[in-house]
Design a protein around this ligand. Structure first.
Ligand code: ATP
Ligand code: MG
Length: 260
């Protein structure tokens, strides 16, 4: 069964979508069977893969609502190893609709149960909140990947996120682990950046990935071409960052499996 990893941080604009999209593309380049699920009503991950949301017939919302099968929702993109399920603004409605449902935290988990056999990794791109959509991701996944921007106030909110993860682990998902923290938008030699890195590494220890993702202008340019930066400019420093992150993630998974 494939491992489900949710990319979570309730803080906006820290690099969740960029990380989800580029990690998925990097893992696919390493011939892992990857499913990327856009679980944010903003639909940025869908746009990041050049999916025209106006033309999409079935999104993750339709899948959750039982209106479409998994196969009807899957988009094939340039890599044969990678499939994407898109999201659109109707997913915001799902959050409201789910509130009165029994087992409202388990909808995504139940929906993905059959899909997990067909993929080595399923990456979930979460919205910037700790609401019901993110809660569904935390219940559905085994690993939480937390992108942290190398900036002042980056760690603010981290303890709230880790408390939520701990609560979900205790009450709803005993398999839940922190997959790791990844430092994003790093600029070498910038005093404040290095200060934040040192603080986060001291605070979070081994769970912080060695790889940091450098800030690079092509990262923000690539979504407008409908491509992850690892396809748009594979030789950029940020692309190398994401390839290295994917390798580190695979190594951690191997170590975990061997330890079991
Ligand atoms: N390494 C990087 N170098 C340069 N720009 C970056 C980098 N990573 C992310 N960005 C840019 O920062 C902005 C926020 O990134 P992103 O959309 O991935 O964050 P997010 O956490 O998913 O945001 P939201 O909370 O709104 O979902 C985007 O414009 C993105 O292109
Ligand atoms: Mg996002």
């Amino acid at each position: 069964m494939g491992r489900i990893i949710a990319v979570v941080n309730q803080k906006g604009g820290v690099g969740k979508t960029t990380t989800a999209v580029n990690l998925a593309a990097s893992l696919a380049a390493m011939e892992k069977r990857v499913l990327l699920v856009d679980f944010d009503p903003q639909g940025n991950a869908s746009t990041g893969f050049g999916i025209d949301k106006k033309k999409v017939e079935a999104t993750i919302y339709d899948f959750l609502a039982g209106k479409a099968t998994l196969n009807e929702c899957l988009h094939t993109v340039s890599s044969p190893w990678l499939s994407v399920i898109s999201a659109s603004s109707d997913l915001a409605g799902a959050e409201v609709e789910l509130v009165d449902e029994e087992n409202r935290e388990f909808f995504l988990k139940n929906a993905l149960q059959t899909a997990a056999d067909d993929f080595d990794l399923i990456i979930l791109d979460c919205p910037p909140s700790l609401g019901l959509l993110t809660l569904n991701c935390l219940v559905a996944c085994q690993g939480v990947l937390v992108p942290l921007q190398c900036e002042f106030l980056a760690v603010e909110g981290l303890s709230q996120l880790l408390n939520t993860v701990e609560l979900v682990r205790k009450k709803l998902n005993p398999d839940l682990e922190v997959e790791g923290v990844v430092l994003t938008m790093y600029t070498q030699g910038e005093g404040l950046n290095d200060q934040v890195v040192a603080e986060v590494r001291q605070h979070m220890g081994e769970s912080v990935f060695t790889t940091m993702i450098p800030r690079h202008f092509e990262v923000s340019e690539s979504p407008s071409f409908g491509k992850p930066v690892v396809w748009y400019d594979p030789w950029s420093s940020a692309s190398w960052g994401y390839f290295n992150l994917a390798q580190e993630l695979i190594n951690r998974m191997k170590t975990r499996e061997e330890g079991v």
